[in-house]
Design a protein. Structure first.
Length: 293
């Protein structure tokens, strides 16, 4: 079993055709701009969305459940202190408005494939199917490979979204059961990559080069999120374009930075690392032209 933090149906942007996306929980990278912070930890955790809270005057169930003063009601609405949270997860069970929720639910391979197969009527249009995302799905090793194998047994097209930071043996075996690979390359500058993601890019770049040699026929879509202050210069994008040059079956796409996940950090009791930074739209348009040159 593995923890899944989301299952998205009818996606049009995560592989060919209409797809069902399984988001596995846990990632070795901690990118400052991550829009799904609930994906980073491998264990379950609590999030709290204040706008959904009914308030002490109408509810107050969590007050009777949470120990150690982990919840207060300064303005009728609950206020959680994540530092005092005992991680028992009981508060989410008793919250009728779902203001408090558990991030991550355990699933077996069979449970997930059965869910995906319910959408199979939509997959015939444009080679749709299953996309496994995260977090980082490759760090789920045997579970991921079993999931992909079962999908192929049921004739479901498969794709993966990966940051590339994983044991190459897992990537090599997973590729046997993949029809499409979406691979993030955020920067070829190791120092900047380490500063902004917490990990060196050497494993990532090496894994991609080996993948191209071992599986030249698999379509690979390389994606770069353009992040202000990190990789938003012509030099940054040109260096990635040069790295990808002459590699087989590779397409390249830039993704514009956004801060849509900012509220999730607050819900998890964390600070949003990117602050109020925004991406210059004119600059992104120019970088997009470079990426296609």
């Amino acid at each position: 079993m593995s923890y899944v933090f989301n299952i998205q149906h009818y996606s049009l942007h995560d592989g060919p055709g209409i797809r069902t996306i399984i988001f596995l929980k846990g990632c070795p990278l901690h990118c400052r701009w991550c829009c799904n912070p609930e994906s980073q930890k491998y264990e379950q955790e609590i999030s709290y969305f204040e706008n959904n809270c009914i308030g002490l005057s109408e509810c107050g169930f969590c007050k009777n459940v949470l120990p150690n003063g982990a919840v207060k009601f300064p303005n009728d609405k609950a206020e959680l202190d994540m530092d005092k949270c005992s991680k028992c997860l009981d508060c989410a069970k008793f919250c009728p408005s779902k203001a408090i929720k558990v991030e991550g639910q355990e699933y077996t391979v069979k449970q997930l494939i059965d869910i995906v197969e319910r959408d199979s009527a939509f997959f015939s249009h444009g080679n749709g199917g299953l996309t496994v995302s995260g977090g980082e799905p490759l760090t789920h090793g045997d579970f991921l490979i079993s999931l992909l194998k079962e999908a192929k047994k049921r004739r479901i097209s498969t794709a993966i979204e990966t940051c590339g930071y994983a044991d190459y043996n897992v990537l090599f075996e997973a590729a046997e059961y993949l029809d499409t690979i979406m691979f993030d390359i955020k920067s070829v500058n190791d120092e900047k990559h380490t500063e902004f993601t917490g990990k060196s890019n050497k494993v990532i770049l090496n894994n991609f080069e080996r993948l191209c040699l071992d599986y030249p026929d698999i379509p690979k879509k390389v994606r770069t999120p353009v992040i202000p202050g990190f990789n938003d210069t012509a030099e940054d994008i040109k260096s990635i374009v040069n790295f990808l040059m002459n590699k087989p079956n590779v397409t390249y796409e830039l993704l514009a930075y956004h801060s849509y996940g900012k509220g999730k950090y607050k819900a998890l009791g964390r600070e949003y690392p990117m602050g109020d930074l925004t991406l210059d739209k004119v600059k992104f348009t120019e970088l997009n032209k470079i990426s296609k040159s």
